[in-house]
Design a protein around this ligand. Sequence first.
Ligand SMILES: [Zn+2]
Length: 398
Amino acid sequence: MSNRISPEKQQRIDFESQFINFEMIDILSKTILEELEAWANKTIYKPLGGVLRVERPLDESVNACAGINPKTPLEAVIKINMGMIREIYRDSFVFPPFSEQFVKDSDNIRDLNSQFRNLGFTFDSGLPVIQEDKRNNLYHLVKDIYVGKGERFTEDATACRFMYFEIALAWVFFHELSHLIQCHYRLKNQPSANVDLIEYHEIISSTESPEENSKEQSREILADMEGIDLTLKYMIRKDIFSSGALYLFMCALGCLFNRFYNGHSEKIDIGTGSHPHPIIRNEFSVAFITNSISQRLIEMGYAKDKLSVDIAIVYLSTRASLMSGIYWGWRYEDQQDGALTSFMKYSTTHDPEPRKACCLALEIEMNNQLVTIAGNHLMTDNFLSALSQMKSFFSQNG
Ligand SMILES: [Zn+2]
């Protein structure tokens, strides 16, 4: 296991915690999660005679889980620790001003934009501009408290901060929900007749066999992908979908996978854990999100064909990967200024063979389990339609 967190930086972050407004985190996360809980009950659980509870345990660890009793699988619970919510909130506050400062101090984004011929979808500013009518309710709730309180709290930056927070938290919720609605308990190795509770924790080590690990890991990838699909639908439903919000979603995912990478070695293989190597999760997620968005934009009438939007999506994704990687290195890791982090090396062609082998092994397991998932899925309108329009991840990642 490899701890890449700089002790000095961690000390600074711990010091900073005393200034975090815990009441604000409590109120905002409650607002988002209660609404999501009500939506899931109304749309999925109630019509089936079930119920979903969402809890926010007062636990410092950056963890979340979904749980059911296999004897009553329609009574489900999702727990997202306050420790995880606090860290998402922290990044939602620090990532935007970091982005603004970064474009002032370096030419990287200008260089990237010129690689994309400065076409209309590129932007030179540190943050995207989210139009007034696409800002979220949280922004309107807090704008009088924050906007204008210092140079870091411009309207645009405040809109981005609260968008980042809402979307990142929604994705964590939807990832957990996906374990439940895909009925992953049916795919567990052990017979579940005598088990009272099956929980899917996000941070856990596993002692099962490599064969079981690859099955569990592929289910995590499937939960990541359906989590993305549900987050995109959520953004559309709430009328907050815009290229700026999409970019922030990609940045938030990048930050989360950078976070999960800590403790993983650079060696990429199936290994012994229940969760895939974060580099691999990131590869599948980027492939899914880029495909899924172009499909949605065509469905919504914003684009005529895939080709016309693909270049813009590749730009947003490349920029999000660059910015989240640089941010992570600067903010948390023990490294020299300007050096590529270990995670960022993998956004280049670094070490392709083990990545391909790992993606292929997981894709085979995904396909094996999709038959059961498709037959038991709790939602008729689910991510399988987006998935079926994609070619092999493996060949895309090749
Ligand atoms: Zn999971």
